[in-house]
Design a protein. Structure first.
Length: 84
């Protein structure tokens, strides 16, 4: 359940959409406030990660990604390819 919420959070889904997603995996009693609380906890963890010091000096980090919108059956899905 947490993984479904985290993945939805990463993709920027609304709390209502997250609630719909988790109901598909069998959890119908998850309230919107619970989703919001979990999202707030994730925000705190992301903020903590972003503010932590780096362990080693880093000259630069280069990350690139390519997104393709492809058709899978009757729906379109996004495929991402990351390069570092």
């Amino acid at each position: 359940m947490i993984n479904a919420i985290v993945e939805s959070y990463i993709q920027g889904s609304s709390t209502r959409k997250v609630q719909t997603i988790v109901s598909h995996i069998g959890l119908d009693q998850l309230s919107l406030s619970s989703v919001s609380r979990i999202s707030e906890e994730l925000d705190e963890k992301v903020e903590e990660f972003l503010k932590r010091p780096t362990e080693h000096p880093t000259s630069y980090v280069l990350i690139d990604a390519t997104y393709f919108k492809v058709r899978d059956g009757v729906q379109y899905i996004s495929k991402a390819f990351f390069y570092a």
